[in-house]
Design a protein around this ligand. Structure first.
Ligand code: APR
Ligand code: ZN
Ligand code: ZN
Length: 361
């Protein structure tokens, strides 16, 4: 039996999204049907709508979500109907060269549901990041569902499905921030703020937030930044060095994705320190650095994909910390909205006051 549900669809490049009735098949082998409770509005959804990811319109948008498993297909044993789950876009395969070497957080062969969701006329939908959760129900690979404590707020913990996990993971997984470290975070949007929160969680002694917007810096401070630098008014590298005894931070997290902010991260870090790039650059961007500095400054230059998270390891742990009051995920939920308000949320995204608008169903 197929299900007819309401969902947010991007039909054509640049056109406003529309609320449509879509058809969601019952789960086949290895698949799960999830009743969505909440889904955050992410820049990536807007990027899909603008044709910036690929041309596979129509898209079923939404991917930072939590909900309840309604049914599962043949062979599914990790989740069962009634489970409260966070959706992820890293359903690890267990077979690829990364998985086989015990590094499933890098799985190179992640998968999604095999069956397609469609419009009423049968047109196949492309779900954003293989999820598509601005919908009353969605179909995913069972491995995309991670069971967590149902006492948590779906709007808050659903955000772990993407941007917030990317930021927290950039700090705790990729950057390996530890007790007593100094950290600088360049770019304090949702991802950078999550890196601030992750650094605090990991016991960083100093957390320097860098942005060109004072409102962003205020939010970062509320979330745990110990110092703020407006890099429009002052030189970011000098300011970071000044705040770290003249040396630079142990870990600098770049959460913008631009060559000039990467350079700031590179020179704002102490000798033998770590740079983590979690901001996503665009194809035309190029980086030029003296190779001697790359060698001479030592340390590690790393990129962080999805916060190098392993959903089965990280989601339940972070939800537990949230429930203990040690990880304020509610602070990332600026507003809750209805399914038909996604377009308005896209418009507000550029205003600078919103960390996340979250659709609650
Ligand atoms: N220097 C410092 N901060 C900057 C600069 C700059 N030159 N340019 C922009 N910023 C700040 C913005 O003011 C904003 O606070 O970077 C922040 C970016 O935040 P968002 O636009 O909200 O983006 P976010 O969702 O946090 O994602 C950041 O990570 O996952 C990637 O694709 C995502 O590349 C994006 C990045
Ligand atoms: Zn794999
Ligand atoms: Zn996202």
């Amino acid at each position: 039996m197929a299900h007819q549900v309401r969902a947010v669809v991007a039909r054509a490049k640049g056109a406003p999204v529309s609320l449509e009735t879509i058809i969601v098949p019952d789960p086949g082998p290895g698949e799960a049907l999830v009743k969505i409770e909440a889904c955050g509005v992410c820049h990536t959804d807007l990027h899909y709508r603008e044709g910036g990811i690929n041309d596979d319109f129509p898209f079923l948008l939404g991917h930072e979500a939590a909900g309840i498993v309604e049914s599962v297909g043949e062979g599914v044993t990790d989740v069962a109907p009634g489970d409260f789950v966070i959706l992820n876009w890293r359903a690890v395969c267990g077979q690829c060269r990364a998985c086989r070497r015990g590094r499933p957080q890098y799985c190179f062969n992640t998968h999604n549901a095999k069956q397609k969701m469609t419009l009423l006329d049968g047109t196949e939908l492309s779900p954003a990041l293989g999820i598509g959760a601005f919908a009353e129900k969605t179909l995913v690979a069972a491995g995309q569902c991670t069971k967590v404590d149902p006492a948590a707020s779906a709007a808050a913990v659903g955000l772990l499905g993407c941007g917030v996990m990317a930021g927290i993971g950039a700090a705790i997984n990729t950057g390996n921030v530890g007790r007593g470290d100094s950290v600088a975070v360049i770019g304090c949007g949702g991802v950078g703020d999550a890196a601030v929160v992750g650094s605090r969680l990991a016991g960083a002694a100093k957390i320097i937030a860098v942005d060109i917007d004072d409102r962003k810096l205020q939010t970062a401070k509320k979330l745990g930044a110990t110092h703020t630098v407006n890099s429009r008014d002052s030189d970011a590298v000098e300011a970071i060095r000044e705040l770290t005894g003249g040396f630079g931070a142990d870990v600098v997290i770049e959460a913008v994705g631009r060559p000039e902010t990467y350079q700031q991260a590179f020179y704002g870090r102490d000798l033998a320190g770590t740079v983590v790039l979690v901001g996503v650059p665009t194809p035309e961007m190029k980086l030029e650095l003296p190779l001697l500095d790359v060698f001479g400054r030592g340390g590690a230059l790393k990129s962080s994909w999805y916060g190098d998270c392993l959903p089965s390891r990280d989601f339940p742990m972070l939800v537990d910390l949230y429930l203990q009051g040690r990880l304020d995920l509610d602070a990332f939920v600026t507003e809750t909205i209805a399914l038909d308000e996604v377009e308005k949320a896209f418009e507000r995204m550029h205003g600078g006051d919103v960390l996340r608008s979250v659709v609650v169903l």
